[in-house]
Design a protein around this ligand. Structure first.
Ligand code: SF4
Ligand code: SF4
Ligand code: SF4
Length: 670
């Protein structure tokens, strides 16, 4: 009887629930204060060039226009959206309000040069225009246009914003967009973000393996111009020099909506008979050199095979490892990082202390908020700047929302690795709700650039507490569903319990931190060990588990979501009034984008989603750091611990162990 009641309750619940999927287009859930494409008011511009000087990405060029009474120089800004990362420094520093943000996120084209906006183009408010659908050329074109099988090449952080298109939130399979893992099945490839010379070889190889006709979508600014890493030695600056590209999506990262719009454009072009550009590749960047495969004769008694795990695999992200297998059992594992190396610490020496806040979240896209928090903390320590209490509380709220979405991302990968794609799609749909709230708070879904030296960039909107409390109660209910999907699910239990066991001693000896350490029953968390920001006032209950296996690592993250919700609730209840940012240094100097920090060195650690994250910075009294060293949480875990944990593990369980450790190649490659 109770089973029957439960079933009736479930059916009624589904009947009255809102659909999870955003309707798309035209009802994109755009946040009012999202930092989308800029709007320019020529009447207010004085031609002072500040916007151009402050831009860390060299995206603004001052161009000559007719002089006016206000603008005595005749210089006006032209913004290249192939380079802009929407950090907002130009808008914040424009003294007249001539530049502002709209919340329009869609910038895509088949001709990349059209993304360089003249002042006249910038002055026109943006609108979403769909090209008129061409006539269907023939049955084959129509059929082809309705079933585009896509292979994603996860080259950089952009890819993380491509993830929602498979989630329940955007669900772009509605448009016939199917993600596949094999190039021989793919019609289209999305090059998802930053490309290194090492990655380029793989991209060319995958493109060559795809059957004709084939299409390429370039996602984000990095494959167009190098984007934020325009001055990194390891950047491939224009992917079209190596393979033909059909559609370019600008942004850093682009929101998921432009991917959907790009696909609508592709569908229309293909139904009209477009069969992609002529196939060609340029291997100037180097010949493909993959590890060799060797299968010994089975009757030799030592049937072993070298096996490549990643870097293009849904189970690995852009991480590569060589495995030696005996039958299905791993006998040796050697990590081979470098597919995402950008040289952050060197790049930071060429940007001002404040401009670096735009750069650092990109060290780990999965939890960028923690990186801006840790970097701001070390800069403030050096400069002796105190953050007002309200600013500290808002930083905690941002950090905990980021921890939640990071753990949801990880649980989703855990679902996919154990064969439960549905779990992944459900939990990533919930994650989108958290990203929307983060966008309400900060102006951006992924790279918030909410922190600044001295506090946070803006206060909350009046309805933020209500929206947050609604999300908290929604997620508390959803946690029970996560329990059914994962932790009470017999198959998930069988696939994860007793797998990849990390003992307390090994974890401590190998510098493992965060939930991976706490899952071995070590009660260590920087938020309580050396509290920073407002954590001491708000309080944190440290979550631990006892077995140190894959199951308990995932479980720790699930429990931490619950604790983060409690922390956010308390932070909102206790939120003090007052300013959110200090504007002066102890020497009474105004904090600007050219702030000089007194000579000295400082070290600052925080508890990021993946564990202990530390910044060590040295100043020689200039407006740029002399040296910055980052200690990320995944270096020891993935490059040192993970290969050791794989000895004796079956090949099918390799991705399970990998995701249970919550990797972030961007963090350990840096
Ligand atoms: S938003 Fe940032 S990157 Fe874009 S133009 Fe302005 S300063 Fe440059
Ligand atoms: S847009 Fe603003 S910052 Fe840029 S030149 Fe004009 S007034 Fe100066
Ligand atoms: S830096 Fe920006 S454009 Fe480049 S990969 Fe990351 S999100 Fe994409």
């Amino acid at each position: 009887m109770s089973q029957l009641l439960k079933a009736i309750k479930t059916i009624l619940g589904i009947a009255v629930s809102k659909p999870m999927t955003f309707s798309f287009p035209p009802d994109m859930p755009l946040t009012e204060l999202h930092r989308g494409r800029q709007l320019y008011k020529p009447d207010l511009c004085k031609g002072c060039k500040i916007c151009s000087m402050v831009c860390p990405n060299n995206a603004i060029l001052m161009v000559e226009r007719e002089k006016s009474e206000e603008n005595k120089t005749g210089l006006q800004p032209q913004i290249d959206f192939r380079k802009c990362c929407f950090c907002g420094l130009c808008v914040d520093n424009c003294p007249t309000g001539a530049l502002s943000f709209t919340n329009f996120p869609i910038l895509l084209t088949m001709k990349p040069e059209t993304l360089n906006y003249t002042p006249e183009m910038l002055a026109i408010p943006p609108t979403l225009e769909h090209p008129e659908a061409p006539k269907i050329k023939n049955t084959v074109s129509w059929a082809r246009s309705r079933s585009i099988w896509i292979i994603n090449y996860m080259t950089g952080c952009c890819f993380i914003e491509a993830v929602p298109w498979v989630a329940s939130s955007f669900d772009m399979e509605r448009f016939g967009l199917i993600a596949v893992g094999s190039p021989r099945h793919a019609d289209a490839m999305i090059v998802g973000g930053y490309v290194t010379p090492k990655t380029l070889k793989r991209i060319i190889r995958i493109y060559s393996l795809m059957p004709q006709p084939k299409w390429v979508i370039s996602l984000g600014n990095c494959p167009m111009t190098g984007g934020t890493y325009w001055d990194s030695y390891n950047t491939i600056k224009d992917i079209s020099k190596y393979i033909p590209v059909d559609i370019w999506i600008a942004g850093c990262p682009p929101r998921p909506e432009p991917i959907g719009v790009a696909v609508v454009h592709a569908i229309q072009a293909i139904q009209g008979g477009y069969i992609g550009k002529e196939e060609k590749t340029n291997t100037d960047a180097g010949k493909m050199k993959l590890p060799t495969y060797s299968i010994l004769e089975a009757d030799s008694g030592q049937a072993q095979m070298d096996f490549v795990f990643g870097s293009q695999h849904s189970a690995s992200g852009n991480f590569n490892m060589s495995l030696t297998l005996d039958g299905e059992t791993v006998v040796d594992a050697t990590p081979n990082p470098g597919y995402l190396h950008r040289g952050f610490e060197k790049l930071m020496e060429y940007r001002t202390w404040l401009q670096n806040i735009m750069l650092v979240p990109r060290i780990c896209v999965l939890d960028g908020a923690s990186y801006e928090l840790a970097y701001s903390g070390v800069s403030e320590k050096l400069a002796g700047i105190e953050v007002p209490l309200r600013g500290q509380y808002l930083r905690v709220i941002q950090a905990e929302l980021s921890r939640i979405q990071s753990h949801q991302m990880n649980l989703g990968f855990g679902g996919a690795a154990t064969g439960f794609d549905t779990n992944e799609r459900i939990i990533w749909g919930d994650r989108d709700q958290v990203l929307l709230l983060l966008e309400e708070l900060t102006g951006a879904r992924i790279y918030h650039i909410f922190n600044t030296i001295g506090g946070v960039r803006r206060d909350i909107q009046p309805d933020f507490p209500t929206k947050t409390n609604q999300l908290i109660s929604y997620l508390r209910k959803r946690l029970q569903i996560y329990d059914d999907l994962f932790f009470h699910n017999k198959t998930f239990i069988d696939r994860t319990q007793g797998l990849g066991v990390l003992t307390q001693e090994t974890a401590i000896a190998n510098d493992v931190t965060g939930p991976n350490l706490r899952a071995t029953d070590v009660d260590f968390d920087i938020r309580t060990a050396t509290p920073y920001e407002a954590y001491k006032d708000i309080g944190v209950k440290v979550v631990t588990a006892s077995k140190g296996d894959a199951y308990h690592r995932f479980l720790c993250r699930r429990q931490e979501i619950e604790e983060s919700l409690n922390i956010i609730e308390r932070a909102l209840d206790q939120l003090p009034s007052g300013p959110v940012c200090t504007t002066k240094t102890p020497e009474d100097k105004k904090i600007t984008w050219r702030l000089k920090i007194p000579q000295g060195e400082a070290f600052h650690c925080i508890e990021a989603g993946r564990g202990e994250l530390c910044f060590h910075a040295i100043s020689t009294g200039e407006n740029t750091p002399y040296r910055v060293k980052v200690r990320g949480p995944t270096f020891g875990t993935i490059l040192v611990m993970f290969p050791k944990l794989l000895h004796g593990v079956k090949i099918a369980d390799v991705p399970v162990v990998y995701w249970s450790l919550d990797q972030c190649p961007a963090d350990h490659d840096r």
